[in-house]
Design a protein around this ligand. Structure first.
Ligand code: OGA
Ligand code: MN
Length: 275
């Protein structure tokens, strides 16, 4: 396979690999190493079936079944992100996936199934680059802090419990997912690099700070992490596939395409408890 970095901080295009077929051990190791180095890997023209996508993701760990998002009818590990006027997009905020559990995902594999004529780009930001760009005294202040991550911040009832059937599933999810606490700065368990691990999507407060201090620091970090220097933006084509390391990245799905429809399939790989 061939790697083409998209910038110094984050992102690489991977060529000369067929992800519709089971990964051999060498390709698996090479992809894993590339993921640690570039954090987000982009692949073009990979028409994976839901089963092939699930099997690809499962080479990297156990898969997560999402408590709220709709599932593929035959492959429950595949989330259907099918957005349109009737089901407007909700990923237009900077977030790290599923940080509302004790062991948030190590990564995710996203496949473009149906796209608007234009728009619907996705952006990723490097929490490592964002952290390294902070001043040393500010990093020192953040280093020992911890933060609460709240399921309800991204999955409110008004949006995800609109029908009686949705309500039942949403209440079960809410009861199963009280807020959890993670370090504000985490260490990548494989690369050892440190980076920012709070996001607009799920982080509700910094535990050790006063409420107004917490709001101010989180507001600053939300703006900071989205600096173009730390980000990469992907303009999707049908059957593009993206594999991101979810441990020290955040992403944002641009919601600029309504009333057109956009359909994506996601497989989510469970990770380890952040430290
Ligand atoms: C996701 C997500 C991005 C997109 O799958 O976790 O945020 O581009 N989606 O749909
Ligand atoms: Mn997401």
């Amino acid at each position: 396979m061939k790697l083409k970095p998209m910038g110094p901080a984050i992102g690489a295009i991977v060529e000369d690999i067929d992800l519709t077929r089971p990964l051999c051990d060498d390709d698996h190791a090479a992809l894993h190493a590339a993921l640690l180095q570039h954090q987000v890997l982009f692949f073009e023209n990979q028409p994976v079936t839901p089963r092939q996508q699930r099997d690809l993701a499962a080479r990297f760990g156990d898969l997560h079944i999402h408590p709220v998002y709709p599932q593929h009818p035959e492959v429950p590990e595949i989330i259907l992100l099918d957005t349109s006027r009737d089901n407007p997009p909700d990923n237009d905020n900077w977030h790290t996936d599923v940080t509302f559990i004790e062991t948030p995902p190590m990564g995710a594999v996203l496949s473009a199934q149906l796209l608007p004529a234009s728009g619907g780009d996705t952006l990723w930001a490097s929490g490592i680059a964002a952290y390294e760009a902070l001043s040393e005294p500010f990093r020192r202040m953040l280093d020992p802090l911890s933060a609460e991550h709240d399921f309800l911040q991204s999955f409110p009832a008004w949006r995800f419990a609109r029908t009686p059937a949705e309500r039942v599933r949403w209440e079960a999810a809410r009861d199963k997912h009280p807020p959890v606490v993670h370090p504000v700065i985490r260490t990548h368990p494989e690369s050892g690099r440190r980076g920012l691990f709070v996001s607009e999507g799920f982080t509700s407060r910094i535990v050790e700070l006063d409420k107004k201090e917490s709001d101010a620091v989180l507001a600053h970090l939300r703006v900071h992490v989205a600096k173009p220097e730390f980000t990469v933006r992907w303009r999707w084509k049908r059957h593009d596939l993206v594999f991101w390391d979810n441990r020290l990245t955040q992403h944002y799905a641009s919601a600029d395409y309504l009333p057109q429809r956009r359909v994506m399939h996601r497989a989510t790989i469970l990770g380890e408890k952040p430290f």
